[in-house]
Design a protein around this ligand. Structure first.
Ligand code: AMP
Ligand code: ZN
Length: 112
């Protein structure tokens, strides 16, 4: 999808601070961090949201979550929040599936 910002990050057409890249997933720093650690983890292939990934590809779904756990472990994070906004009403603004990995400050519950 050549109109998709995150597809362009996967292809390297738009720069990002890449944390991890495999055949299936890419992780990079959020450009507007909402916490001291704010990493986005995305499938290299375009899916509109996590629901579409889950329906299509269980291996890819698990690799996204495994990457989050691996990064949390590598960063030595005791606590972190995984957030997945799905649909504009839930705050999704980039329609290429992504997990937010947030850490390094206290988080409120319930979320805003
Ligand atoms: P969401 O609102 O859940 O769709 O999250 C989209 C995220 O993408 C936001 O946290 C943005 O700050 C982030 N973002 C937008 N453009 C870029 C970019 N060029 N590089 C890295 N992160 C970005
Ligand atoms: Zn895309």
């Amino acid at each position: 999808d050549m109109d998709c910002l995150f597809c362009k990050i996967v292809s390297g057409d738009i720069p990002a601070t890449i944390i991890k890249k495999t055949e299936l997933i890419t992780a990079f720093n959020d450009i507007t961090p909402q916490a001291p650690t704010h990493v986005l983890i995305i499938p290299n292939k375009h899916f509109e949201n996590i629901g579409e990934v889950s329906i299509a590809d269980s291996k890819l779904t698990s690799e996204l979550f495994k990457a989050a756990a691996d990064i949390a472990s590598e960063y030595g994070l005791e606590s972190y929040r995984l957030n997945i906004n799905t649909g504009a009403g839930a705050g999704q603004s980039v329609f290429h599936a992504h997990l937010h990995l947030l850490a390094g400050r206290a988080f409120a519950w319930p979320p805003g």
